[in-house]
Design a protein around this ligand. Structure first.
Ligand code: NAD
Ligand code: ZN
Length: 349
């Protein structure tokens, strides 16, 4: 068994929107139901930025170590853990743990549990070298997996895979991905393709357009250039996409998806801009008979399935590795919409 240090490096903040300090902090001790993971890499999700800023009507713990796309190696475990061994690869997901007794947990909807414990939000997350996770919810990652490449699957991949399942589209149908060039969007394009769907990608700038096309989108709509987005999308899809996966952080783009979606279409809400409201004209919603549905990460089975697509080489996040200490800079780029795909933090730097 490897030596577990008492202190480690992590990124921590004391107040929402306050300074993010990269410094030495104590290594957490796993509870009886938890594993201790030596996090090697962690993706940076836009949710981590919302958490730091305090964007949502749900309090974070403070001080907080963010992060919920952590991939690493199990180095210790509590007495009641029987599903992980020391040396196994494990992943830290948004849902760190849940009560497992309520009506939602009973039907496999653990993210909807009122007592859900959230990594990088109510439970210190993966922006540190050692992090704890409830062994029931921690993701199983096959030995030999590239831990930097798999990290974005643990939130972005699982979330968009689940959103596509929620849309219940048929092969050959059109799906629009709004926010297609970001962390969730770049994976949504690939899962959609692997499920036999035709993809229309929406984002801003030429570089994102090239990336989206490269990943399999048939059409790219640049929201910074296109004057009539609704018409352009409906023209390109012969009447509007059958489904829309909203992963942008734009309230206007979310409401607009109700306008361009095809009759009988599904609008899936995933992105969580601060204070946003999705506006859909009642007349149009009735006459087109569209569905608007929220989709929130995924459960253990969704996680296993999403990881299986990755292991089989069907999806791969375009990612760039930087040191953990560079988290504030990554947040700046993310705020400006300048990130293509994902940034993944190397916890040794
Ligand atoms: P990201 O910053 O990597 O990507 C967002 C993308 O949206 C960017 O490429 C940006 O250019 C694009 N965009 C901005 N305005 C747009 C517009 N008007 N039209 C189209 N695209 C536009 O963020 P991410 O990490 O992919 O996360 C996206 C959102 O999803 C965040 O709000 C995050 O909190 C949320 N999220 C939700 C869940 C869930 O379970 N529902 C899970 C993970 C993340
Ligand atoms: Zn996330």
């Amino acid at each position: 068994m490897s030596e577990i240090p008492k202190v480690q490096y992590g990124c921590i903040f004391e107040t929402n929107g306050g300074p993010i300090e990269y410094k030495q902090i104590p290594v957490p001790v796993p509870k009886s139901n938890e594993i201790l993971i030596n996090v090697k890499y962690s993706g940076v999700c836009h949710t981590d930025l919302h958490a730091w800023k305090g964007d949502w009507p749900l309090d974070t713990k403070l001080p907080l170590v963010g992060g919920h796309e952590g991939a690493g190696v199990v180095v210790a475990k509590g007495d009641n853990v029987s599903n992980f061994e020391i040396g196994d690869y494990a992943g830290i997901k948004w849902l760190n743990g849940s009560c497992m007794g309520c009506e939602f947990c009973q039907q496999g909807a653990e993210p909807n549990c009122a007592k859900a414990d959230l990594s990088g939000y109510t439970h210190d997350g993966s922006f540190q070298q050692y992090a704890t996770a409830d062994a029931v919810q921690a993701a199983k990652i096959p030995k030999g997996t590239d831990l930097a490449a798999v990290a974005p699957i643990l939130c972005a991949g699982v979330t968009v895979y689940k959103a596509l399942k929620t849309a219940m589209l048929a092969p050959g149908q059109w799906v629009a991905v709004s926010g297609a060039g970001g962390g969730l969007g770049t994976l949504a394009i690939q899962y959609a393709k692997a499920m036999g769907l035709r993809v229309l990608a929406i984002d801003g700038g030429e570089e994102k357009g090239l990336l989206c096309k490269d990943l399999g989108a048939e059409v790219y709509i640049d929201f910074t250039k296109e004057k009539n987005i609704v018409k352009a999308i409906q023209d390109a899809t012969n009447g509007g996409p059958h489904g829309v996966i909203n992963v942008s952080v734009s309230e206007a783009a979310i409401s607009q998806s109700c306008d361009y979606v095809r009759a009988l279409g599904k609008v899936i809400l995933v992105g969580l801009p601060a204070g946003a409201v999705c506006k859909s004209a009642v007349f149009q919603q009735v006459v087109k008979s569209i569905e608007i549905k929220g989709s929130y990460v995924g459960n253990r089975q969704d996680t296993a399935e999403a990881l299986d697509f990755f292991v089989r080489g069907l999806v791969h996040s375009p990612f760039k590795v930087v040191g953990l200490s560079e988290l504030p800079h990554v947040f700046e780029l993310m705020e400006q919409g300048k990130i293509l795909g994902r940034y993944v933090l190397d916890t040794t730097k």
